[in-house]
Ligand binder design. Sequence first.
Ligand SMILES: [Cu+2]
Length: 126
Amino acid sequence: MQILISQLRFAATRFASNRALVAALLLGPVIGAMLAFGTVAAQDATNVITIDNFTFTPKELTVAVGTTVKWVNHDDIPHTIANKDKAFRSQALDTDDSYSFTFTSAGTFDYFCGLHPHMVGKVIVK
Ligand SMILES: [Cu+2]
């Protein structure tokens, strides 16, 4: 009888630890994906410059070296992104088109719209 009880306990313990293992295996990727998605979402939100009504918003953006900045045109006419020092230059962006550039060195990058040079903005890379 004592042996039977200890065998049952052993089985119950194994069952419980297996369930915990299965739960960990199932939840691990889910939590990982949630963390990854949260990180990507946060990065996107802070590194996007929108173009609306002939205006870059934010007009001035500070990012870390290695950051990719994305410009999205919400106007119904084309715009371009052109760095004053020619470090980057986009094609004409139609409505909802975007242009991305990864800043690999520190500095202040003044840019303007090649079609409407009065439209200006600045990315500061630290
Ligand atoms: Cu423009």
